[in-house]
Design a protein around this ligand. Structure first.
Ligand SMILES: C[S@@+](CC[C@H](N)C(=O)[O-])C[C@H]1O[C@@H](n2cnc3c(N)ncnc32)[C@H](O)[C@@H]1O
Length: 197
């Protein structure tokens, strides 16, 4: 794609994201709980119902799953949860100025198992640095996967990253996701944001 066309596509996506923010979360105040790659939204729907005082945001890049999740939570009368169609990096680079993240869940993200595709993995050092800049004091990142090499990579990142430190804490809320249900096993790790604390 020519550069000018790619820039126009990116600008249109950012405009769309800002419109979603304006439509759905403009009146939110206080730190936000974010789920990245929420799929069908089962985790965040249950989390928001169990935490009515938290502002809960869930994003994915697949529109129809999100729309179904939003309709379900609207029918349930949940007013503290919003599902946005957004790519994770674009979201954190365009977060409303006053919005800060307190909890970030990344559950069973695509593991991109082939070596030449590792660069597509979401959790990488530069992404964690950008995420830390969006965090409220004491923020936590919760990661869960059934892919052993991805788990090992993220555990190492959390150990070595200047903006995060691995913490030995219990998982704050359990709700089986679609991918968790299919997995024969999984591992979890938690990191505290070191720069926002
Ligand atoms: C393997 S599925 C896991 C879904 C859900 N978390 C679960 O555990 O059932 C990964 C999800 O992440 C979404 N996704 C992939 N890359 C993404 C990105 N860069 N930003 C936001 N969502 C993304 C995909 O569309 C998909 O729904």
């Amino acid at each position: 794609m020519p550069i000018a066309q790619a820039q126009a596509v990116t600008a249109a996506r950012v405009d769309d994201l800002r419109a979603q923010f304006a439509a759905k979360v403009a009146d939110w105040s206080g730190p936000v709980t974010l789920e990245i790659g929420c799929g069908h939204g089962h985790f965040m729907a249950a989390y928001a119902a169990a935490h009515p005082d938290e502002c809960c945001l869930a994003i994915d890049i697949i529109r129809d799953r999100l729309e179904r999740a939003q309709r379900k939570t609207d029918r349930a009368g949940l007013t503290n949860v919003a599902f946005l169609r957004a790519e994770a990096r674009m979201l954190i680079e365009n977060l409303p100025e006053k919005m800060r993240l307190r909890r970030v869940f990344v559950l069973f993200p695509d593991p991109w198992p082939k070596r030449r595709h590792h660069k597509n993995r979401l959790l990488q050092a530069d992404f964690l640095a950008a995420l830390a800049r969006c965090c409220a004091p004491g923020a936590r990142l919760y990661f869960r996967t059934d892919h052993e090499p991805y788990f090992a990579e993220v555990a190492t990142l959390m150990r070595d990253h200047p903006d995060w430190r691995g913490v030995d804490e219990s998982w704050p809320f359990e709700q089986t996701t679609v991918f968790q249900d299919r997995a024969p096993g999984y591992q979890s790790c938690i990191a505290a944001c070191a720069t926002s604390a």
